[in-house]
Design a protein around this ligand. Structure first.
Ligand code: ADP
Length: 723
């Protein structure tokens, strides 16, 4: 047999190759550290940092997350503390990431560098050394490659774009950095996530993504802030609000639109102006119909505005500047009984209108049943509408919608990710459906947690591809060092197992006052002026910890996103601060009439259940008392028990001796006599006694009470026979 062809031989060769590789890598690592040190000692004049150029514009995109990851991690990495610490001056080690010098600012910077088992503390005024250029970039890149799992998404485009950005596609069972899923994952998945992992959904976002929950939240906010929350059509949740809706219909001649409470894609929607046709038990969302929408070329349309949320505490919302306008395919006429059934006229869903033969595919910006938001903006400008004001109103609607669910989002996030201290565990692209009326007032219709990323048309591709790309560039995945986190986690587990008391975990910086203060980090300078200089932001960020680093990262990687929360100007920031306090003001269910009814009902049910429970408990207590009494009674002598029983009987029956008749007494006597005769002649006592004797169940009392029986039996006589 030729050994060289055997599997075993090949495996040995492979292992040898691996170990050679490892030795080479270790050697390189060592020489790199020595080189760092040499450079430090030679007091080389520092130039700008390679990975952060102050002149870099906020929208400038780096080549790929591999490089970006390496750079940012380079900024963050700290050399672990060694046994000895020596001072080498002047030198600033970039890998320490302790301080980040801003050119032109005199400051003393400190850092650590580790060489073999020694840690050197290094100091430098403001000079920064360029990292060595001749590193094995490719290998380093592959070491830090971010991974993404898209197996739970039906959109192939996400995987493709991720690949082009340098992400590696992996299965769900692997240690992915990002999990992109079309559906809401279960709580278990959230809870098991590692600190470097991110998922494209926030726990609790359903609060605004289901029609009924959205209506409930917005109605609650409308009650609290009647002037500010007129951002959606009047909405009732049937059957709970059936009475209210009927009342409104009696006093107002309006058309209503009825939708299933968790429907989508225009399914099950119809218009009516007679609410009596609805059964009082049907589960539906009833809304006033916006009968004068803004029309373009005579067609009704709605806007799909893509919104990215990267954090809920503090709340950070970005809106994509490009999006879609979806057009109805029959020219719009205000609803009448004759046209109310024409869904191609009243609904703007793509899934409905694509079935119409009038559906228009067009490569030109100003035609087609699906157009880009930029085309709509151009149309508005041509028609002298104030586009800036319009988008500021849209932003307002989006912020207020998210704020309506903010307490739940914040609570759920902290409950699911108590230890996620490096980067945010979630981000989410939401599709806001916005209808605009003839006065250019935007209304929120619906929020989609998994907006469609199908790219059937050119316009889809032009909007959705850059959207995904910019999202993946903006999320802060690269800020987490997977290896380091895994190492730390392993160490923690080990310490727990060995019951070693480790250092207490660094608490995640919490935000007082609903996230506003932290949000201010990135927009205010010391004197209160807005500060939009990315360089200063980044320098500040490094002093503030991981969250601030994320903020700085996002500010400098906006792509085509605009940040709407925290808003860029302070008056707006103050305006929105009041809505954060919603949860402190009233109970979450105590605002609408229907909610009150529901709460009343719930309270009554609670009381009923509690009463029932108390009754059951009482019964159980009674039963157990009776049982205890019985057990106690058994232990008493028979005479005492009998006396007690008679006392109880008398007590219960309120017993007094009644009239005794002679005849009855005689009869009773006769019966007693007959019974004794029967017992005697049939030898019942002897029979029972000898049975007990034979089976060994005779007690001492039996022996004492019937000594002759016992004596006879002892001597072998059969007491059942006649003497
Ligand atoms: P779905 O989730 O089924 O798409 P939507 O609430 O988005 O349900 O409504 C579908 C379409 O119906 C919208 O795109 C819009 O054109 C129209 N529509 C919904 N609500 C209203 C309303 N209150 N006034 C006018 N048109 C509406």
């Amino acid at each position: 047999m030729n050994l060289k062809n055997s599997k075993f031989y090949k495996r040995i060769q492979e292992l040898r190759h691996f170990s050679k590789d490892k030795i080479r890598r270790d050697r390189e690592q060592r020489s790199r550290v020595v080189r760092h040190l040499d450079m430090a000692l030679s007091e080389q004049q520092c130039s700008d940092r390679e990975w952060y150029s102050p002149g870099q514009s906020p929208t400038q995109q780096p080549a790929s997350p591999r490089r970006r990851g390496k750079k940012m991690r380079g900024m963050k990495k700290k050399a672990s503390a060694g046994k000895e610490t020596e001072e080498i001056c002047p030198y600033y080690d970039q890998s320490s990431g302790q301080n980040s010098p801003v050119p032109g600012v005199e400051a003393k910077l400190q850092g650590f560098i580790q060489l073999n088992d020694k840690t050197y503390r290094v100091e430098c005024p403001t000079r920064v050394v360029n990292p060595p250029q001749n590193l094995d970039e490719e290998r380093a890149a592959s070491e830090t490659k971010s991974t993404i799992c898209v197996s739970n998404s039906r959109y192939a485009m996400i995987g493709k774009i991720s690949k082009t950005l340098g992400y590696k596609l992996v299965k769900e069972s692997k240690l992915w950095n990002i999990l992109w899923s079309d559906s809401f994952p279960g709580v278990e998945l959230f809870k098991n996530m590692k600190r470097f992992q991110q998922i494209n959904h926030f726990p609790g976002m359903i609060e605004i993504c289901r029609k009924d929950l959205l209506s409930r939240n917005l109605n609650r906010m409308l009650k609290l802030y009647p002037q500010d929350y007129k951002i959606f059509p009047k909405t009732w949740m049937l059957p709970a609000d059936y009475g209210d809706a009927m009342n409104y219909a009696l006093n107002h001649k309006r058309t209503f639109i009825l939708k299933p409470d968790s429907g989508a894609q225009g399914r099950g929607i119809w218009l009516t102006n007679d609410l009596k046709t609805i059964g009082p038990h049907e589960r539906l969302i009833c809304q006033t119909y916006i009968h004068r929408p803004l029309l373009i070329d005579g067609y009704k349309f709605d806007l799909r505005v893509y919104t990215l949320i990267t954090s809920v505490d503090p709340l950070r919302i970005f809106v994509y500047n490009e999006g879609l306008a979806r057009f109805a395919t029959n020219k719009y006429v205000e609803p009448t009984p004759g046209n109310a059934n024409d869904l191609y006229m009243h609904l703007t869903n793509y899934s409905v209108n694509k079935r119409n033969s009038h559906y228009e595919l067009c490569d030109n910006d100003d035609c087609g049943s699906k157009r880009k938001l930029s085309a709509i903006n151009n149309w508005m400008r041509r028609h002298n509408y104030d586009v800036e004001e319009f988008w500021s109103n849209v932003d307002d609607v989006i912020i207020k919608t998210v704020l309506s669910a903010w307490p739940v989002l914040k609570h759920n996030y902290h409950a699911c990710f108590p230890g996620h201290d490096k980067i945010q565990a979630c981000f989410e692209i939401l599709g806001f459906d916005i209808l605009v009326d003839w006065k250019l007032k935007p209304y929120i219709l619906e929020v989609n947690h998994s907006p469609s990323f199908h790219t059937n048309e050119q316009v889809d591709r032009e909007v959705k591809r850059p959207l995904i790309r910019d999202t993946l560039n903006l999320v802060s995945t690269v800020l987490a060092d997977k290896r380091q986190i895994l190492r730390e986690d392993r160490k923690r587990v080990k310490q727990r197992l060995l019951k070693i008391r480790g250092e207490p975990p660094v608490p995640r910086p919490r935000v007082a006052g609903g996230g506003t203060s932290k949000a201010k980090i990135d927009i205010k300078t010391a004197n209160g002026e807005p500060n939009l200089n990315p360089m200063v932001i980044e320098a500040e960020a490094e002093d503030q910890g991981p969250l601030a680093q994320q903020i700085a990262w996002e500010e400098s990687h906006l792509g085509n996103f605009r940040k709407i929360m925290p808003p860029p100007d302070l008056t707006k920031l103050d305006y929105y601060s009041r809505f954060y306090a919603q949860s402190n003001q009233v109970s979450i269910f105590a605002e609408t009439a229907a909610s009150k009814k529901r709460e009343d009902l719930a309270r009554k049910m609670r009381i009923q259940i509690e009463e029932k429970k108390a009754k059951q408990q009482q019964m159980l207590n009674g039963k157990s008392k009776r049982d205890a009494r019985k057990r106690h009674a058994v232990m008493l002598p028979r005479a005492v028990r009998e006396k007690n029983r008679m006392n109880l009987f008398r007590l219960r029956e309120n017993w007094t001796p009644g009239f005794i008749s002679d005849a009855e007494e005689r009869l009773r006597h006769t019966w007693l006599h007959m019974r004794s005769e029967a017992i005697r002649t049939l030898k019942i006592t002897e029979n029972i006694y000898s049975n007990l004797y034979e089976t060994g169940h005779l007690t001492n009392t039996d022996m004492v009470v019937y000594p002759h029986f016992y004596h006879n039996l002892q001597h072998g006589f059969d007491i059942r026979q006649n003497p």
